[in-house]
Design a protein around this ligand. Structure first.
Ligand code: HXC
Length: 260
Protein backbone atom coordinates (compact mmCIF):
# COMPACT_ATOMS: atom_id res chain seq x y z
CA UNK A 1 0.00 0.00 0.00
CA UNK A 2 1.18 3.49 -0.85
CA UNK A 3 0.90 5.69 2.24
CA UNK A 4 -0.16 9.27 1.52
CA UNK A 5 -1.21 10.40 4.98
CA UNK A 6 1.30 8.76 7.28
CA UNK A 7 5.07 8.46 7.54
CA UNK A 8 6.99 5.50 8.90
CA UNK A 9 10.50 5.56 10.24
CA UNK A 10 12.34 2.67 11.84
CA UNK A 11 15.05 3.02 14.45
CA UNK A 12 16.52 -0.14 15.95
CA UNK A 13 13.51 -2.07 17.21
CA UNK A 14 11.20 0.93 17.16
CA UNK A 15 8.75 2.08 14.53
CA UNK A 16 7.77 5.73 14.61
CA UNK A 17 4.50 6.46 12.83
CA UNK A 18 3.74 10.09 12.06
CA UNK A 19 0.27 11.16 11.00
CA UNK A 20 1.07 13.58 8.24
CA UNK A 21 -1.74 15.90 7.20
CA UNK A 22 -0.39 19.14 8.68
CA UNK A 23 -2.68 21.38 6.60
CA UNK A 24 -5.67 19.84 8.39
CA UNK A 25 -3.84 19.59 11.70
CA UNK A 26 -3.50 15.85 11.02
CA UNK A 27 -7.26 15.29 11.13
CA UNK A 28 -8.19 11.63 10.74
CA UNK A 29 -9.99 11.01 7.49
CA UNK A 30 -11.06 7.60 6.22
CA UNK A 31 -7.90 7.13 4.16
CA UNK A 32 -5.64 7.87 7.14
CA UNK A 33 -7.48 5.35 9.31
CA UNK A 34 -7.18 2.72 6.58
CA UNK A 35 -3.47 3.44 6.11
CA UNK A 36 -2.82 3.23 9.85
CA UNK A 37 -4.70 -0.06 10.00
CA UNK A 38 -2.69 -1.47 7.10
CA UNK A 39 0.65 -0.35 8.53
CA UNK A 40 -0.16 -1.71 11.99
CA UNK A 41 -1.10 -5.09 10.52
CA UNK A 42 2.24 -5.13 8.68
CA UNK A 43 4.22 -4.14 11.78
CA UNK A 44 2.49 -6.69 13.99
CA UNK A 45 4.05 -9.52 12.02
CA UNK A 46 7.39 -7.75 11.56
CA UNK A 47 9.80 -9.51 13.93
CA UNK A 48 12.17 -6.51 14.05
CA UNK A 49 9.54 -4.14 15.42
CA UNK A 50 9.20 -4.35 19.19
CA UNK A 51 7.42 -1.07 20.00
CA UNK A 52 5.62 1.71 18.18
CA UNK A 53 5.45 5.45 18.76
CA UNK A 54 2.52 7.35 17.27
CA UNK A 55 2.85 11.08 16.77
CA UNK A 56 1.66 13.95 14.58
CA UNK A 57 3.61 15.97 12.05
CA UNK A 58 4.41 19.62 12.60
CA UNK A 59 4.61 21.56 15.83
CA UNK A 60 0.97 22.34 16.26
CA UNK A 61 -1.04 19.16 16.42
CA UNK A 62 -0.97 15.50 17.28
CA UNK A 63 -4.40 15.03 15.68
CA UNK A 64 -7.15 17.71 15.77
CA UNK A 65 -9.92 15.12 15.51
CA UNK A 66 -11.83 13.19 12.94
CA UNK A 67 -11.98 15.07 9.64
CA UNK A 68 -15.06 17.24 10.10
CA UNK A 69 -15.21 18.10 6.40
CA UNK A 70 -15.58 14.43 5.54
CA UNK A 71 -18.63 13.67 7.69
CA UNK A 72 -20.48 17.00 7.77
CA UNK A 73 -23.33 15.74 5.53
CA UNK A 74 -23.64 12.22 7.01
CA UNK A 75 -26.94 10.75 8.21
CA UNK A 76 -27.51 8.45 11.22
CA UNK A 77 -26.53 5.25 9.50
CA UNK A 78 -23.41 6.79 7.95
CA UNK A 79 -22.47 8.29 11.33
CA UNK A 80 -22.84 4.93 13.08
CA UNK A 81 -20.81 3.29 10.32
CA UNK A 82 -18.07 5.90 10.70
CA UNK A 83 -17.75 5.20 14.42
CA UNK A 84 -18.05 1.41 14.12
CA UNK A 85 -15.57 1.06 11.27
CA UNK A 86 -13.06 3.44 12.88
CA UNK A 87 -13.24 1.64 16.21
CA UNK A 88 -12.75 -1.72 14.52
CA UNK A 89 -9.94 -0.72 12.14
CA UNK A 90 -7.98 1.51 14.45
CA UNK A 91 -9.04 2.32 18.00
CA UNK A 92 -9.83 -1.19 19.30
CA UNK A 93 -6.98 -2.56 17.24
CA UNK A 94 -4.52 -0.13 18.86
CA UNK A 95 -5.80 -0.85 22.37
CA UNK A 96 -5.46 -4.61 21.91
CA UNK A 97 -2.29 -4.54 19.81
CA UNK A 98 0.22 -7.16 20.90
CA UNK A 99 3.18 -4.75 20.82
CA UNK A 100 3.40 -1.58 22.93
CA UNK A 101 2.05 1.56 21.28
CA UNK A 102 2.96 4.87 22.90
CA UNK A 103 1.28 8.11 21.81
CA UNK A 104 3.66 11.07 21.80
CA UNK A 105 1.17 13.94 21.95
CA UNK A 106 2.97 16.85 20.31
CA UNK A 107 0.21 19.49 20.25
CA UNK A 108 -3.57 19.53 19.92
CA UNK A 109 -5.16 16.14 20.62
CA UNK A 110 -8.84 16.79 20.15
CA UNK A 111 -11.86 14.58 19.57
CA UNK A 112 -10.75 11.54 17.58
CA UNK A 113 -7.14 12.67 18.17
CA UNK A 114 -7.42 12.37 21.92
CA UNK A 115 -9.40 9.18 21.42
CA UNK A 116 -6.50 7.75 19.40
CA UNK A 117 -3.99 8.80 22.07
CA UNK A 118 -6.20 7.19 24.71
CA UNK A 119 -6.41 3.94 22.75
CA UNK A 120 -2.59 3.77 22.84
CA UNK A 121 -1.08 1.89 25.79
CA UNK A 122 0.17 5.09 27.39
CA UNK A 123 0.95 8.68 26.51
CA UNK A 124 3.74 11.25 26.73
CA UNK A 125 3.09 14.90 25.91
CA UNK A 126 4.88 18.08 24.96
CA UNK A 127 4.40 21.04 27.27
CA UNK A 128 2.38 22.89 24.58
CA UNK A 129 -0.08 19.99 24.12
CA UNK A 130 -3.78 20.69 24.60
CA UNK A 131 -6.30 17.90 24.95
CA UNK A 132 -10.06 17.75 24.82
CA UNK A 133 -13.19 16.12 23.47
CA UNK A 134 -15.02 19.05 21.83
CA UNK A 135 -17.62 16.96 19.98
CA UNK A 136 -20.62 18.53 21.75
CA UNK A 137 -19.69 21.85 20.14
CA UNK A 138 -20.48 20.13 16.83
CA UNK A 139 -23.72 18.57 18.07
CA UNK A 140 -21.99 15.20 18.42
CA UNK A 141 -20.58 13.01 21.13
CA UNK A 142 -17.22 11.22 21.02
CA UNK A 143 -17.53 8.19 18.74
CA UNK A 144 -14.12 6.57 18.75
CA UNK A 145 -14.31 5.26 22.32
CA UNK A 146 -13.89 8.56 24.15
CA UNK A 147 -16.93 8.19 26.41
CA UNK A 148 -15.45 4.91 27.64
CA UNK A 149 -11.70 5.48 27.74
CA UNK A 150 -11.67 9.01 29.18
CA UNK A 151 -13.54 8.01 32.39
CA UNK A 152 -11.38 4.87 32.62
CA UNK A 153 -8.26 7.03 32.56
CA UNK A 154 -9.24 10.12 34.58
CA UNK A 155 -12.42 9.17 36.47
CA UNK A 156 -16.08 9.67 35.69
CA UNK A 157 -16.60 13.16 37.14
CA UNK A 158 -13.63 14.70 35.35
CA UNK A 159 -14.61 12.99 32.09
CA UNK A 160 -18.19 14.22 32.40
CA UNK A 161 -16.95 17.77 32.88
CA UNK A 162 -14.45 17.62 30.01
CA UNK A 163 -17.00 16.15 27.60
CA UNK A 164 -19.86 18.45 28.65
CA UNK A 165 -17.86 21.69 28.70
CA UNK A 166 -15.81 20.68 25.62
CA UNK A 167 -12.92 22.58 27.17
CA UNK A 168 -9.32 21.70 26.48
CA UNK A 169 -6.89 20.93 29.25
CA UNK A 170 -3.20 21.75 29.08
CA UNK A 171 -0.36 19.26 29.43
CA UNK A 172 0.20 19.89 33.13
CA UNK A 173 -3.43 19.25 33.94
CA UNK A 174 -3.39 16.13 31.77
CA UNK A 175 -0.38 14.97 33.79
CA UNK A 176 -2.20 15.75 37.02
CA UNK A 177 -5.25 13.80 35.79
CA UNK A 178 -3.12 10.80 34.78
CA UNK A 179 -4.11 11.23 31.15
CA UNK A 180 -0.45 11.44 30.17
CA UNK A 181 2.49 9.90 32.00
CA UNK A 182 5.15 12.52 31.26
CA UNK A 183 5.39 16.10 30.00
CA UNK A 184 8.56 17.38 28.34
CA UNK A 185 9.52 20.23 26.03
CA UNK A 186 8.34 19.70 22.48
CA UNK A 187 11.90 19.55 21.13
CA UNK A 188 12.62 16.64 23.49
CA UNK A 189 9.38 14.72 23.13
CA UNK A 190 10.45 12.14 20.56
CA UNK A 191 13.88 11.51 22.08
CA UNK A 192 12.33 11.15 25.51
CA UNK A 193 9.59 8.81 24.26
CA UNK A 194 12.10 6.73 22.32
CA UNK A 195 14.12 6.26 25.52
CA UNK A 196 11.08 4.81 27.29
CA UNK A 197 10.30 2.63 24.28
CA UNK A 198 13.90 1.35 24.16
CA UNK A 199 13.69 0.32 27.81
CA UNK A 200 10.58 -1.66 26.97
CA UNK A 201 12.25 -3.39 24.03
CA UNK A 202 14.99 -4.72 26.31
CA UNK A 203 12.37 -6.83 28.07
CA UNK A 204 10.62 -9.96 26.86
CA UNK A 205 8.23 -9.03 24.07
CA UNK A 206 6.22 -12.23 24.56
CA UNK A 207 5.69 -11.32 28.21
CA UNK A 208 4.81 -7.72 27.30
CA UNK A 209 2.18 -8.93 24.82
CA UNK A 210 0.61 -11.04 27.55
CA UNK A 211 0.75 -8.16 30.05
CA UNK A 212 -1.13 -5.93 27.57
CA UNK A 213 -3.75 -8.67 27.14
CA UNK A 214 -4.17 -9.16 30.89
CA UNK A 215 -4.40 -5.44 31.68
CA UNK A 216 -6.93 -4.88 28.89
CA UNK A 217 -9.05 -7.80 30.11
CA UNK A 218 -10.38 -5.56 32.87
CA UNK A 219 -11.92 -3.33 30.22
CA UNK A 220 -13.57 -6.02 28.13
CA UNK A 221 -17.07 -7.34 28.60
CA UNK A 222 -17.51 -10.90 29.75
CA UNK A 223 -13.87 -11.46 30.56
CA UNK A 224 -12.59 -11.93 34.09
CA UNK A 225 -9.28 -10.08 34.26
CA UNK A 226 -7.92 -12.21 37.11
CA UNK A 227 -8.65 -15.38 35.13
CA UNK A 228 -7.05 -13.89 32.02
CA UNK A 229 -3.98 -13.00 34.08
CA UNK A 230 -3.67 -16.56 35.41
CA UNK A 231 -4.00 -17.93 31.86
CA UNK A 232 -1.41 -15.52 30.42
CA UNK A 233 0.92 -16.05 33.39
CA UNK A 234 0.81 -19.81 32.84
CA UNK A 235 1.48 -19.41 29.10
CA UNK A 236 4.68 -17.51 29.86
CA UNK A 237 6.22 -20.72 31.20
CA UNK A 238 6.05 -22.22 27.72
CA UNK A 239 8.20 -19.49 26.16
CA UNK A 240 11.90 -19.36 25.35
CA UNK A 241 11.94 -15.87 26.88
CA UNK A 242 10.95 -17.30 30.26
CA UNK A 243 13.80 -19.82 30.11
CA UNK A 244 16.25 -17.13 29.03
CA UNK A 245 15.07 -14.61 31.66
CA UNK A 246 15.28 -16.99 34.60
CA UNK A 247 18.53 -18.61 33.40
CA UNK A 248 20.14 -15.19 32.94
CA UNK A 249 19.12 -14.22 36.46
CA UNK A 250 20.62 -17.37 37.93
CA UNK A 251 23.80 -16.99 35.83
CA UNK A 252 24.03 -13.32 36.87
CA UNK A 253 24.03 -12.00 33.29
CA UNK A 254 21.79 -9.77 31.21
CA UNK A 255 18.98 -11.64 29.48
CA UNK A 256 18.91 -11.65 25.70
CA UNK A 257 15.34 -12.11 24.70
CA UNK A 258 14.32 -13.42 21.29
CA UNK A 259 10.62 -12.72 21.67
CA UNK A 260 9.70 -16.38 21.35
C1 HXC B 1 -10.95 18.93 9.45
C2 HXC B 1 -9.60 20.47 10.46
C3 HXC B 1 -9.84 19.89 11.73
C4 HXC B 1 -10.70 18.76 11.78
C5 HXC B 1 -8.53 21.57 11.99
N1 HXC B 1 -8.77 21.49 10.69
N2 HXC B 1 -9.17 20.60 12.65
N3 HXC B 1 -10.15 19.98 9.33
N4 HXC B 1 -11.22 18.32 10.62
N5 HXC B 1 -10.96 18.11 12.89
C6 HXC B 1 -8.27 22.36 9.64
C7 HXC B 1 -8.97 23.72 9.60
O1 HXC B 1 -10.19 23.65 8.93
C8 HXC B 1 -7.94 24.55 8.89
O2 HXC B 1 -8.01 24.30 7.50
C9 HXC B 1 -6.63 23.99 9.37
O3 HXC B 1 -6.90 22.68 9.86
C10 HXC B 1 -6.00 24.80 10.50
O4 HXC B 1 -6.96 24.95 11.52
P1 HXC B 1 -7.39 26.34 12.15
O5 HXC B 1 -8.74 26.16 12.74
O6 HXC B 1 -7.24 27.43 11.16
O7 HXC B 1 -6.28 26.52 13.28
P2 HXC B 1 -6.43 27.29 14.67
O8 HXC B 1 -7.21 28.56 14.50
O9 HXC B 1 -5.06 27.38 15.24
O10 HXC B 1 -7.30 26.32 15.59
C11 HXC B 1 -6.81 25.06 15.92
C12 HXC B 1 -7.95 24.20 16.51
C13 HXC B 1 -9.14 24.24 15.52
C14 HXC B 1 -8.40 24.77 17.87
C15 HXC B 1 -7.41 22.81 16.73
O11 HXC B 1 -8.66 23.87 14.21
C16 HXC B 1 -10.26 23.31 15.86
O12 HXC B 1 -11.07 23.60 16.76
N6 HXC B 1 -10.38 22.19 15.13
C17 HXC B 1 -11.48 21.25 15.28
C18 HXC B 1 -11.31 20.44 16.55
C19 HXC B 1 -12.48 19.51 16.76
O13 HXC B 1 -13.63 19.94 16.85
N7 HXC B 1 -12.19 18.22 16.80
C20 HXC B 1 -13.23 17.19 16.97
C21 HXC B 1 -13.72 16.76 15.61
S1 HXC B 1 -15.05 15.65 15.76
P3 HXC B 1 -8.38 25.44 6.43
O14 HXC B 1 -8.36 24.72 5.12
O15 HXC B 1 -9.71 25.97 6.82
O16 HXC B 1 -7.27 26.45 6.60
C22 HXC B 1 -14.34 14.17 16.14
C23 HXC B 1 -15.30 13.01 16.25
C24 HXC B 1 -14.60 11.72 16.51
O17 HXC B 1 -13.19 14.06 16.30
C25 HXC B 1 -15.55 10.55 16.44
C26 HXC B 1 -15.92 10.13 15.06
C27 HXC B 1 -16.68 8.85 15.03
Amino acid sequence: MNYENILIEKEKNLAIITINRPKSLNALNKATIEELNHLLITLESDKETKAIILTGSGEKAFVAGADIKEFSNFNTSEGSQLAAKGQELLFDYVQNYSKPIIAAVNGFALGGGLELAMAAHFRTASSNARMGLPEVTLGLIPGYGGTQRLPQLIGKGRAMEMIMTAEMINADKALDFGLVNHVVEQSELLTFTKQIAQKITNNSSTAIGKAIKSINANYRDGINGFHEEIKCFGECFDTEDFKEGTTAFIEKRKAEFKGT
